[in-house]
Ligand binder design. Structure first.
Ligand SMILES: O=C(O)C(=O)C[C@]1(C(=O)O)C=C[C@@H](O)C=C1
Length: 376
């Protein structure tokens, strides 16, 4: 019977040599970094890495180890690159673009744009974030809102980005990628649908209910009790409320927010008729300059990868290596390129934190394209 203690002692001896050799290798990579700092040569040299892996594969004696050794050396070189990026940044060779640090979002002297009509959830998000009296206007589409911010017609846009039950608002993700507008803040609004009607509406006489398809779906349980009602979809919930007001027909009702009842002078016939209690929408506040609040804690980036095995894993490794907590990843197809994707990633961190700087540097160097969407 082999003695475990003895075997472990041998393993310890080998590990000692591995550590010492690894440190020797890293010291050489420091010199490589110095060379690259003075010559401007790129850190990632895929040709050299591939040649290295091929050479190493040839040295392996037991074929069983080929895969593991390739994996090991890929990791060793990845660590070498991460160390080199840190040195480059420390030597002032930064790829960072300047930004303006502000203490807080100026909510008083600004004009805000939102998509939809008064009483819509974007309207509610705007009022809750900027206050009741904020100067504002509304536009028909999210793109119009982005455009208004880009052209300086509004200082900020309020856009829905995800809902806790329905998932992401893909169109807004795509616009964030397309425009050079930046997220400066976010706000969460609990979606609470109410049943609205003309003052004095008799529920027994209702024939028709209007709402956005999501609104109808989210109140399925309530509508089950009124199977005889005609459910008619509208472009948004607030518009449904407006329709009830304009039609002046007491047998027509709408599912919308209580704010919409206020805006359109309707009566709340039933409060909180949504099936789930935890239905929340996250909104982002977007502006047209690279302006971030000083104590910002969340980074949002988007990057594109080559369609090759392991690229996403390698890019995310920069976030993990730097000890940053990644809390979201979404992929969206790249227009005009079949089966190629860009990835939207959120992680915790501030743009001035050296760990964030190092992670962004690594992704910038090793992805096809990266864009900072915001730090908020
Ligand atoms: O030889 C280089 O150019 C290095 O930077 C060293 C090294 C390595 O660790 O072996 C690291 C990164 C490059 O992609 C290739 C190789």
């Amino acid at each position: 019977m082999l003695d475990l203690g003895e075997i472990r002692e041998k393993i310890d001896g080998i590990d000692k040599q591995l550590v010492s050799l690894f440190e020797e290798r890293m010291a050489l990579c420091h010199s490589v970094a110095e060379y690259k700092i003075s010559t401007g040569k790129k850190v990632l040299d895929t040709e050299r890495e591939n040649a290295k892996l091929a050479a190493i594969t040839k040295m392996v004696q037991n074929p069983e180890n080929v895969h593991a050794i390739n994996d090991l050396f890929s990791q060793i070189m990845a660590n070498s690159r991460k160390m080199q990026y840190r040195l480059l940044e420390e030597n002032g060779q930064t790829l960072r673009e300047p930004y303006e640090a502000v203490n807080e979002v100026d909510k008083t002297n600004c004009k805000v744009v939102y998509q939809g009509v008064p009483g819509a959830y974007s309207y509610i998000a705007m009022k809750r974030y900027f206050g009741e009296n904020v100067e504002n206007f509304h536009v028909p589409t999210w793109r119009d809102a982005m455009e208004a911010v880009k052209m300086g017609k509004a200082d900020y846009a309020v856009l829905p980005i995800e809902n806790s039950t329905a998932g992401i608002v893909a169109g807004v993700y795509d616009l964030l990628q397309e425009y050079n507008n930046y997220i400066i803040a976010e706000t969460y609004i609990k979606v609470e649908h109410a049943l609205l009607g003309l003052p004095g509406t008799d529920l027994d006489k209702v024939t028709t209910v209007y709402s956005h398809p999501q609104g109808l779906m989210q109140c399925e349980g309530f509508l089950e009790q009124h199977k005889d009602w005609n459910q008619i979809s509208q472009a948004n919930t607030a518009q449904s409320a407006q329709k009830v007001l304009l039609e002046k027909n007491p047998s027509h009702v709408a599912i919308a927010s209580e704010e919409a009842a206020q805006v359109y002078g309707l009566e709340v016939l039933k409060h909180k008729i949504n099936d789930l209690d935890n239905n929340t929408t996250r909104f982002v506040i977007v502006t047209n300059t690279r302006k971030f609040v000083k104590n910002a804690k969340k980074m949002s980036i988007v990057f594109e990868t080559a369609n090759e095995a392991g690229t996403l894993y390698n890019l995310l490794s920069h976030i993990i290596y730097n000890g940053l907590n990644m809390n979201k990843i979404e992929s969206r197809p790249i227009e005009g390129r079949e089966w190629e994707f860009r990835f939207f990633v959120d992680f915790e961190g501030n743009i001035d934190d050296p760990r964030v700087i190092n992670a962004l540097r690594g992704i910038e160097e090793e992805s096809k394209k990266i864009k900072l969407l915001g730090n908020y």
